[in-house]
Design a protein around this ligand. Structure first.
Ligand code: SF4
Ligand code: SF4
Length: 430
């Protein structure tokens, strides 16, 4: 990449780096709620500030031009957009699209659904799109800036696949960036549109992709792996369900009745088994939060079919009738077997030998129960076959002589305060 210090400041942080390596990042917002801007600001791997301050070794400093964050406003703010569109910026740039793109090119007049700047900010080398005092459609800025960009990144589900503004019944004809630019679009670097879906996306997914692309442009790394729809494979290659913290409940056939319940949410409308999203392992922000973590079902917000193909929300997906019933049957049996193994794992070998569990916290399992003993016997047989039998070794271990020392010393414990009383519960009741 060849660099010259651009003449346009944008939001560049406190100082410019001495090496003059700058990449401009132009943020465009059309049919959007600004949620994508908010999550980008909350990202921390890396943080936007690290990029704008040029703090990441091996990466150029970015100059962020953002309608809400830049220090400049009006014509001063639009200068850099105009220079980029007519090829006089003299520095590489990246285009970020937030929100879907309305079909306002088809309105055939000055009407628009989303606009930025006025005709006086528009480069005349690109023809005349608006009178000097009239708004310029964002969709005009997109076609003017996309061909010269090192890469175009669609940020959020509206920009990637159209999202909510493109849902059935809309009057704007909204669409994603790929639909707008067409399948033949390639950036200056030969890249199709890179997509970071989500409503809103995980902020780190966006800054991470931006960072990886900058590394690639610098020659430090190869092109990051993107799937057939331009999503980062390492972020969107797996389903929500595979990494969901409630997947164990699903496997054991235990399902929630209401949002916020602890169990698997599939029967109250979770689409996680067929949705590609990494929020379950990454969290919403700072590795915390996220849909299932907060007790919410997945409504497929990262997917091209969102929202229409996932509505009505909070109704069990048709496919879950088969998989859920199967889990209920097989999972129910597995759960009971696991309970038995768990009861065994919850006892010390010493307690098995002494036939007593010395706890006052609950009604502990009865270690003398014959069914339990038979279970444990066969379980251990399988467990230790071909290996050292630690169950046998533990049996040969003598009981410690000072076990139950207070009773041995004759200390009267009847005077203890009986705080537990009605709180005594068995594990099964937990
Ligand atoms: S809550 Fe959803 S994603 Fe999680 S285990 Fe259940 S179905 Fe799968
Ligand atoms: S889990 Fe589902 S609803 Fe939540 S962010 Fe991912 S795709 Fe969207």
């Amino acid at each position: 990449m060849s660099y010259e210090v651009g003449a346009f400041g944008g939001f560049v942080g406190a100082t410019r780096r001495d090496d003059g390596k700058l990449v401009h990042v132009f943020w465009l917002s059309a049919m959007a709620c600004d949620g994508c801007s908010v999550v980008a600001l909350g990202a921390n791997q890396p943080r936007i500030e690290e990029l704008t301050l040029g703090e990441i070794p091996g990466l150029p400093q970015i100059v962020l031009h953002h309608p809400m964050l830049s220090e400049d406003a009006g014509a001063g703010f639009m200068q850099a957009y105009r220079a980029a569109a007519d090829g006089t910026l003299n520095a590489p740039y990246i285009l970020i699209m937030e929100g879907s793109i309305p079909d306002d090119q088809s309105l055939g007049g000055p009407g628009y659904y989303a606009a930025m700047g006025t005709g006086s900010d528009w480069p005349q080398s690109k023809g005349n799109v608006a009178a000097p005092d009239q708004p310029v459609k964002v969709s005009d800025w997109v076609w003017a800036l996309a061909p010269g960009a090192e890469v175009c990144i669609a940020m959020g589900t509206c920009a990637t696949w159209g999202g909510i503004p493109a849902a059935a019944g809309n009057i704007t004809g909204s669409m994603g960036l790929t639909d707008y630019l067409g399948a033949d679009y390639r950036s200056k670097r030969g890249l199709p549109v890179v997509n970071v879906p989500g409503c809103p996306p995980v902020g780190d997914n966006f800054t991470e992709v931006l960072k990886e692309l900058l590394f690639y442009f610098e020659g430090g790394r190869g092109l990051p792996a993107f799937d057939e729809l331009g999503r980062a494979v390492w972020q969107f290659g797996e389903t929500v369900h595979r990494h969901c913290m409630k997947a164990g409940y699903y496997e054991e056939g235990v399902f929630a009745h209401e949002p916020g319940d602890n169990q698997c949410l599939v029967e109250i409308g979770c689409w996680g088994p067929v949705v590609q999203c990494n929020i379950t392992e990454r969290g919403a922000q700072d590795h915390t939060g996220g849909c299932m973590i907060a007790g919410g079902a997945c409504i497929g917000c990262t997917m091209p079919g969102f929202p229409d193909k996932f509505s009505p929300f909070y109704k069990a997906p048709p496919g879950s009738a088969i998989s859920g019933t199967t889990s209920r049957i097989t999972g129910g049996a597995i759960r009971r077997l696991r309970r038995a193994s768990m009861a065994n794992a919850n006892t010390e070998p010493l307690w098995d030998k002494a036939h007593e569990i010395p706890t006052a916290w609950g009604r502990a399992a009865d270690v003398t129960n014959p069914v339990r003993k038979v279970n444990a016997f066969f379980y251990k047989k399988l467990q230790y076959s071909g290996s050292v039998n630690h169950a046998k070794r533990a049996k040969q271990q003598p009981l410690p002589l000072s076990r139950d020392i207070l009773r041995q010393k004759g200390i009267d414990l009847e005077a203890s305060v009986p705080v537990l009383q009605e709180h005594l519960i068995t594990r099964e009741e937990l």
